[in-house]
Write a protein that binds this ligand. Structure first.
Ligand code: PLP
Length: 438
């Protein structure tokens, strides 16, 4: 297929545009756990696209459902009008959510779903007469998308700096602790006390000013940072004690990544809202959602005047019918192939052993894993003064595997359909790249 000669018009997101366009990496086709490049190479997709293609690429069932829906009912306004598939999809989704998270607010991406969740938190506090509770607490190293609410509670400096004054927020400390927890398998043992930092923030700000705490149960884009054992439960207890909402951003951890439908299920901690996107449609059509606890939804509705719009928020494409069709077909696959729990079984144990076998590489200072997510961290010295991740990603790509890079960390989140031979190929490519680079 022809490669576009003029790449000027497309300003690529989160990409060094000049470097990319000088040396493009073009994917021409995808299938199963593989991408195929325009020069005919097969690349193992060890990132499931961008942590989203959980059921593997090009599933005909999803493509056909999208086509059927587009030919039957392509679009209607979601403001004041409805369509069956939106209600059907919401009902199917909540079969997988824990506790009383029975209401679904649709958006089009993780970023929009985050904004929606933060606004629901503020609307809830105001609707019960506590509009003084408007501050939000995030966490260092967190990624909650790129809109203003998300970067305010987010904790990745390059994404925040340069965008002016943000929302009134504060941040918990991150939970990465290589000194005590390096090479943990699954949840790290040390660091439960990092949750107690929330008590200190509450003392400083006063609970009467705080609406909600938002955390990724496992930080993805920050470098696959796991919660110490008991940490999320402790956050839940503190939030309950101080009448503060707890939001889990499960854009990455949702839909089977950790071996359960959600991290909330896996770690047995029910938040007040779950933010979801990515795997909700297997990444094929953009869609985000917030799962909201009944009492929050009911409070906002019950306190609005009869007949009025209860929540002044929504998107042209909230519950877009084609996206809902993709989502329903995705759920059929997840349920039919037991993919939402597969990462917790034999394949997850194989994944753990395989990744930890890389520990003998001299420059490796940590290996982290849970379910089918993982990361390897290199020493600061590994890249002779520069973070080594970018060079490692390029090397792995040349060696036939797509991975993610963040500074000195490389991260993996393959399709949940991955087999042992593919895991061997990933580990082989990492070893080969290390021997070339170091
Ligand atoms: C935890 C988390 N929240 C939010 C987002 C933003 O999602 P999107 O890129 O769909 O806006 C991401 C994206 O990676 C994410 O990992």
């Amino acid at each position: 297929m022809k490669r576009y000669e003029n790449m000027d018009a497309f300003w690529m997101p989160f990409t060094p545009n000049r470097a990319f366009k000088a040396s493009p990496r073009i994917i021409e086709r995808t299938e199963g756990v593989f991408c195929y490049t325009d020069d005919g190479r097969e690349i193992l997709d060890a990132t499931a696209g961008l942590w989203c293609v959980n059921a593997g690429h090009v599933r005909p069932e999803i493509a056909e459902a999208i086509g059927r829906q587009a030919l039957e009912l392509d679009y209607t306004s979601p403001f004041g009008f409805g369509h069956d598939i939106g209600f059907e999809f919401a009902e199917r989704l909540i079969q997988h959510t824990p506790g009383d998270l029975n209401r679904v607010f649709f958006a089009n991406s993780g970023s929009e779903a985050v904004e929606s969740a933060l606004k629901i938190a503020l609307a809830y506090q105001a609707s019960r007469g506590k509009s003084g509770k408007y501050k939000l607490i995030g966490r260092e190293m967190a990624y909650h998308g790129v809109n203003f609410g998300g970067i305010s509670v987010g904790g990745l400096t390059p994404n925040r700096k340069g965008f002016g004054p943000l929302l009134p927020v504060d941040h918990l400390p991150h939970t990465l602790d290589l000194e005590r927890n390096a090479f943990s398998r699954g949840l790290p043992e040390h660091g439960l006390e990092k949750a107690d930092a929330l008590e200190a923030l509450i003392r400083f700000h006063d609970a009467a000013t705080i609406a909600a705490v938002i955390v990724e149960p496992v930080s993805g884009a920050g470098g696959v940072i796991l919660p110490p054992a008991g940490y999320l439960k402790r956050l839940r207890e503190i939030c309950d004690r101080h009448d503060i909402l707890l939001i889990f951003d499960e854009v990455i951890t949702g839909w089977g990544r950790l071996g359960s439908p959600f991290a909330a299920v896996e770690f047995d901690v029910v938040p007040d809202m779950i933010v979801s996107a990515k795997g909700i449609t297997n990444g094929i059509v953009p869609l985000g959602a917030v799962f909201v606890a009944d009492p929050i939804h009911d409070c906002i509705l019950d306190n609005a005047p009869e007949g009025a719009v209860e929540f002044y928020h929504g998107y042209t494409y909230s519950a877009n019918p084609v996206a809902c069709a993709a989502g329903l077909a995705t759920l059929d696959i997840y349920e039919g192939e037991s993919l939402l729990t597969r990462a917790g079984g034999d394949i997850g144990r194989y994944w753990e052993d395989a990744l930890h076998s890389l520990r003998d590489i001299e420059q490796v200072v940590d290996v982290r894993n849970y379910g089918l997510i993982g990361a390897v961290q290199f020493s600061d010295a590994a890249g002779s003064g520069k973070p080594v991740g970018g060079a490692f990603q390029a090397g792995c790509y040349n060696n036939g595997v797509m991975i993610r890079a963040m500074g000195n960390i490389i991260a993996f989140s393959p399709p949940l359909t991955i087999e042992k031979a593919h895991i061997d190929r990933l580990v082989g490519a990492i070893r080969m790249t290390a021997s070339e680079l170091f």
